[in-house]
Write a protein that binds this ligand. Structure first.
Ligand SMILES: [Zn+2]
Length: 217
């Protein structure tokens, strides 16, 4: 069993790449959100602790996240693909220590790089259907609706979410970079680290990443 890691900023397309990889290789896809939901629904001790932290409106701390992830890895037989974990330097270091202690091999650490102005354009151009039952997503440049500002599927007006504003994007990125960069520096230069150009169509990114996985199988 090996543990592979997909890294990259929000909106870099790593969720899509992860889904494509799971379709092609025998991999267990683990996102922290899924692990968290699973532990909470099973009512494990650490799951309940995480639930209490979230209920108090706080961010789940590194130690709790690590504990959830390590518990989830126990008994896993397939190669694992992490998407969205580790998120901080502390998590990356703790994961390294844990994997060594369990004699689990680190596979690939794939870093999907997308320039910030491209990420911003992806977010700022996004329009969503105002009908919550529909929820269709469009993009002014990449996937415009047939009629301006009207949903193709249900005819409702489209809206620009506050979260998709340039200001909201910039503040999220600043917060993200502060924890992400030290973590990437931890992996960069290591023998598992691969930098992939994510400023491309999802299919082209997938071709590049799947080639890396084939070489590493
Ligand atoms: Zn709609």
């Amino acid at each position: 069993m090996k543990v592979h890691i997909l890294l990259g900023p929000p909106g870099c397309g790593k969720g899509t790449t992860a889904k494509q990889l799971v379709g092609e290789f025998t991999l267990t896809h683990l996102s922290t959100g899924d692990i968290l939901r699973d532990a909470v629904s099973k009512g494990t001790e650490i799951g309940l602790r995480a639930k209490a932290i979230m209920a108090a409106g706080k961010l789940v701390d590194d130690d709790t996240v690590n504990g959830l992830v390590f518990a989830r890895l126990q008994g896993e037989t397939h190669d694992v693909l992490f998407d969205g974990y580790p998120r901080t330097l502390q998590q990356a270091q703790a994961l390294g220590t844990f994997l060594s202690s369990q004699a689990i091999e680190t596979g690939l650490v794939v870093d999907i790089e997308v320039p910030e102005n491209v990420l911003e354009a992806r977010v700022v151009g996004r329009r969503v259907c105002s009908n919550n039952d529909c929820g269709a997503i469009y993009h002014l440049q990449n996937k415009p609706p047939k009629v301006e500002n009207i949903c193709d599927k249900c005819g409702s007006p489209l809206k620009h979410r506050a979260d998709d504003s340039s200001e909201a994007f910039k503040s999220r990125m600043a917060e993200f970079n502060a924890t992400f960069q030290p973590m990437v520096d931890f992996y960069r230069g290591g023998k598992h680290y691969r930098l992939v150009d994510g400023n491309n169509t999802p299919d082209k990114v997938f071709v590049t990443v799947s080639k890396l996985f084939k070489e590493n199988a």
